[in-house]
Design a protein around this ligand. Structure first.
Ligand SMILES: Cc1cc2nc3c(=O)[nH]c(=O)nc-3n(C[C@H](O)[C@H](O)[C@H](O)COP(=O)(O)O)c2cc1C
Length: 197
């Protein structure tokens, strides 16, 4: 299996509008491949402006927010490409699209790194942050997964949230629980139900 880095990818539309989404970047040699499923605003943006930026957020609410309709996170100009990066990140990398493999389902954009920078010290992982990341991925696959599988995974991830979440991770989790409950019904609430009991 290739290395896949889970990042916040930002692209720009022709008019300059920022589109901010979590994506897994697939490492291939020195390059990183971005593979969005169609249809996707990211694809439209890459075709109009063939470069993208990947940021590692310090606040996992950015990841949970981006998959629950909350995309207005602060961005600043990139250094080497026409693009924006997340303002609050451990670091970021800027990519120019070096090749495109078109595909009716999932085109692949090969990104060549033209710049990278660190912005804050990274001194360790937190289980609740990892759980929010996994739950956010689940939240983008609700229509493709069986309800039992979604619930089983959410129940497991909730353990790390209840033991190690700070206020930001808990808020991020609640946004995801809301989305899962909107899809599966209020019985799908795990921590919100425990709080109410
Ligand atoms: C951590 C994480 C990684 C993701 N990786 C991908 C990916 O590699 N390709 C993809 O199409 N969607 C991926 N998704 C789902 C997209 O973020 C989501 O469907 C998004 O709305 C698609 O972007 P778009 O708005 O440009 O269509 C990922 C979600 C998360 C939370």
């Amino acid at each position: 299996m290739p290395l896949i880095l889970e990042t916040i990818v930002t692209t720009l539309s022709q008019e300059g509008g920022v589109h901010l989404v979590p994506f897994g970047l697939i490492r291939e040699g020195d390059d990183y491949v971005l593979a969005p499923f169609r249809p996707s605003p990211t694809i439209l943006n890459l075709d109009a402006n063939p470069c993208f930026c990947a940021s590692s957020p310090r606040d996992v609410r950015v990841i949970a927010g981006a998959v629950t309709g909350r995309r207005a996170w602060a961005v600043v100009d990139c250094d080497r490409i026409r693009g924006k990066r997340l303002a609050d990140s451990f670091g970021h990398a800027e990519f120019a699209v070096a090749a495109v493999e078109d595909d009716p389902t999932r085109p692949r954009y090969r990104g060549r790194m033209v710049h990278s920078a660190a912005h804050a010290p990274f001194i360790g992982y937190n289980r609740a942050q990892a759980a929010v990341l996994e739950a956010a991925i689940l939240a983008t696959r609700l229509h493709r997964l069986a309800p039992d599988k979604i619930l089983a995974e959410m129940r497991y991830l909730a353990i790390a949230i209840s033991k190690t979440a700070g206020p930001r991770e808990r808020e991020a989790w609640d946004w995801i629980e809301d989305k899962v409950a909107a899809h599966l019904g209020t019985d799908a609430r795990i921590l919100a139900a425990a709080d109410a009991a």
